[in-house]
Design a protein around this ligand. Structure first.
Ligand SMILES: *[C@@H]1O[C@H](CO)[C@@H](O)[C@H](O)[C@H]1NC(C)=O
Ligand SMILES: *[C@@H]1O[C@H](CO)[C@@H](O)[C@H](O)[C@H]1NC(C)=O
Ligand SMILES: *[C@@H]1O[C@H](CO)[C@@H](O)[C@H](O)[C@H]1NC(C)=O
Ligand SMILES: *[C@@H]1O[C@H](CO)[C@@H](O)[C@H](O)[C@H]1NC(C)=O
Length: 621
């Protein structure tokens, strides 16, 4: 037999989407419901917790759906409206449509006021839902209310987006062992509707039920494309430039960010069941060509073959199939016409790739990174209220992935060359090594030729952007000077299975010595001239290592905690009001740049001026 298939064998039950049947009778926003859910959880009121989170999730889904559908509907309306003038001059039609589209979106939001009223969605709250945080609470609350099947499903739902979460894997395993819980009935609460049909289509295929393969796969295909359109519409949100670009650069920047996000949509949709399937969309055509063939619809089969080949032109199986179909009577080349939706999809994909490659290539060597798709937009993601204390904030997007990598490379080179801490032990804990490099040391290594100048340039540029961010955020009128800059990696030495309770860095204040009576004295050995502190994180591929703000010196009464990741920065005033520390790094290596600022010119970091002078000198020779 000539036919070979590479179709997936998926357990149907495992994928079935349980369309949430939670009720929304609350008039409160999803953000407020989420907060109430957390409060109920903390009060051990699990029934209340379940109710609030279920409603929060449903309200959020509704909010997303309506937002995205407004965008899709309005784009369509604007694109099909009669132009105000009969010819397009200087791309004016593009702007005319943007204006009409905007008006339509405004109307759409008013028409759906019940959804938008009171929903103050910002990046941070949206992220909670996109990250499936509600399920981190829900699975516990379901368990406590003895809804074990749902507890298992909530844990499973969380794992679909966080497949490597060890603790949740443990929870799921635990729930599946509870009596009465059926593995086959565990569902992904967040599964898209096409997943259900796709799984049934694949199941029908295994049963050689061709009619149902056709039916389910055609429907699934339509819903998949719609889900991708909705995901793409979800990308068309606001963008904080972090500066004030001209008209055209601001359009280009925003467009690039949106495009990057849109291009990630197919990957998001292809994560089924925590597994990546990079050819989910084309695989529909694979199933369909076979089903149509089996049912004697050769024309449709040929179109499905041609559609599949648009995605994978060199696929040998499909080329063989094509050869076979062509050998059949009454089949000619004309029949291998790809389907319209596949053509549109692939053309768009190719064009988008070309644009993104151009951006990646042409902007790479420009000093000013006007468009840096890797940086993500610079934005404040938590304020004093969220971090639960005065004069502190959290921002993302202060360094791109490439920059983080370069900075970590400095630490690596330095580790090879030997560091200032004898035996590489940390001064803070026995169970970690600690290697650091100050700006002065980096300058020295550059001077003697051990470090390429580009690394020093990145070190200087990134820390300067941190300084500007801190000065602007706190609206400081006086000049804020660098006092000290230190790139530090903390690496776990001990076995990660040991349940460490010690801290990687004990709770302290940055500019005073805390005495027994709790008074914080601004004298030596404290660095009493420090006024503001910032920490810029460079990576996240390690376990533990959260930064914490704490009320007490033992770190027992934690106010808030920050998970490091590349480009994220936490900044705060250096006094007693900001006691902080670092939790144990349980495995891997955590790298960050600590930067301390002062208003006192006596304590300016001299190595910085030296570094700039040296770079100038090296450039001129
Ligand atoms: C929600 O409705 C209740 C009564 O059903 C009312 O007391 C409350 O003020 C409403 N809340 C909001 C935010 O509208
Ligand atoms: C939405 O809020 C506006 C202003 O606060 C109010 O006038 C309007 O009646 C509200 N609409 C709905 C449907 O709640
Ligand atoms: C660490 O904690 C887990 C769960 O609390 C326990 O099963 C394990 O035995 C502990 N390991 C050690 C080395 O104490
Ligand atoms: C700046 O620091 C120096 C040395 O520590 C100190 O003598 C001086 O008083 C400080 N100036 C201010 C304005 O605090």
């Amino acid at each position: 037999m000539l036919f070979k298939t590479t179709c997936y064998l998926i357990s149907v039950n495992f994928l079935i989407a349980d369309v949430l049947t939670f009720q929304t009778n609350s008039n409160e926003s999803c953000v407020r419901l989420y907060e109430k859910g957390v409060e109920a959880y903390l009060d051990n009121d699990y029934q209340e917790c379940v109710e609030n989170f279920e409603e929060a999730v449903q309200k959020y889904q509704l909010y997303k759906k309506v937002t995205n559908n407004c965008r899709l509907k309005c784009k369509q309306e604007a694109d099909t409206s009669d132009p105000l003038f009969r010819v397009d001059v200087e791309n004016l039609l593009f702007y005319e449509r943007a204006i009409k589209n905007t008006l339509c979106i405004m109307h759409c939001k008013t028409e759906n006021a019940d959804v938008f009223n009171g929903t103050q969605m910002n990046f941070e709250t949206e992220q909670l839902f996109e990250d499936q945080k509600p399920y981190e609470y829900l699975h516990i609350c379901y368990f406590q209310t003895k809804e074990y099947q749902k507890a298992a499903s909530a844990a499973f739902t969380y794992l679909v987006t966080h497949p490597n979460d060890k603790a949740m894997q443990g929870n799921l395993k635990h729930y599946t062992q509870v009596e009465g819980v059926k593995s086959d009935d565990i569902v992904n609460f967040e599964a898209k509707s096409f997943v259900y049909l796709y799984a049934h289509g694949a199941d029908a295929y295994n049963k050689k039920d061709w009619k149902n393969v056709e039916h389910n796969m055609e429907e699934s295909l339509g819903l998949y494309l719609q889900a991708e359109e909705e995901c793409r519409a979800g990308c068309e949100g606001p963008f904080d430039h972090g500066w004030y670009p001209d008209f055209i650069p601001s359009i280009a920047n925003h467009f690039t960010m949106v495009l990057k996000c849109k291009m990630d949509c197919s990957e998001k949709l292809n994560t089924l069941n925590g597994e990546e399937h990079d050819d989910l969309l084309p695989s529909h055509y694979h199933y369909l060509q076979y089903a149509y063939f089996k049912m004697g619809n050769i024309k449709e089969a040929c179109q499905a073959v041609a559609s599949y080949l648009l995605f994978f032109p060199d696929d040998e199986t499909m080329l063989d199939n094509m050869k076979y179909y062509r050998s059949l009577p009454k089949v000619d080349n004309e029949d291998f016409r790809p389907r319209e939706e596949a053509v549109k999809y692939v053309q768009r994909k190719i064009y988008e790739n070309k644009i993104m490659n151009f951006v990646n290539h042409e902007y790479r060597n420009i000093g000013v990174t006007q468009i840096d798709e890797e940086t993500g937009s610079k934005r404040n993601i938590a304020n004093e209220k969220q971090l639960r204390g005065p004069k502190r904030f959290l921002s993302d997007g202060l360094a791109s992935r490439r920059e983080c990598k370069s900075l970590i490379a400095i630490a690596r080179i330095f580790a090879v060359l030997g560091d200032g801490y004898k035996g590489k032990k940390s001064p803070h804990t026995e169970r970690e090594s600690f290697h650091g490099i100050t700006l002065g040391r980096a300058a020295f290594l550059t001077y003697v030729g051990l470090l390429d100048t580009k690394y020093l340039e990145i070190y200087l540029r990134i820390t300067e952007s941190v300084r500007r961010e801190v000065k602007n955020y706190f609206k400081l009128n006086d000049e804020l000077h660098f006092s000290y800059t230190h790139l530090v990696c903390r690496s776990a030495l001990s076995d990660p299975s040991l349940n460490r309770t010690d801290l990687s860095h004990q709770i302290h204040a940055d500019n005073c010595n805390i005495l027994e009576d709790g008074v914080c004295e601004k004298t030596a050995p404290a660095f009493f001239w420090r006024d503001y502190s910032a920490i810029l994180y460079l990576n996240s591929n390690f376990e533990g290592g959260e930064f914490i703000f704490s009320n007490d010196l033992l770190g027992e009464d934690v106010q808030s905690s920050v998970e490091p990741k590349c480009g994220r920065m936490v900044a705060f005033s250096s006094g007693q009001e900001n006691l902080h520390g670092v939790k144990a790094v349980k495995s891997g290596s955590r790298c960050a740049i600590g930067i301390w600022f002062t208003f006192n010119v006596t304590h300016i970091e001299k190595d910085r001026a030296l570094s700039y002078d040296m770079l100038d000198m090296l450039k001129n020779t």
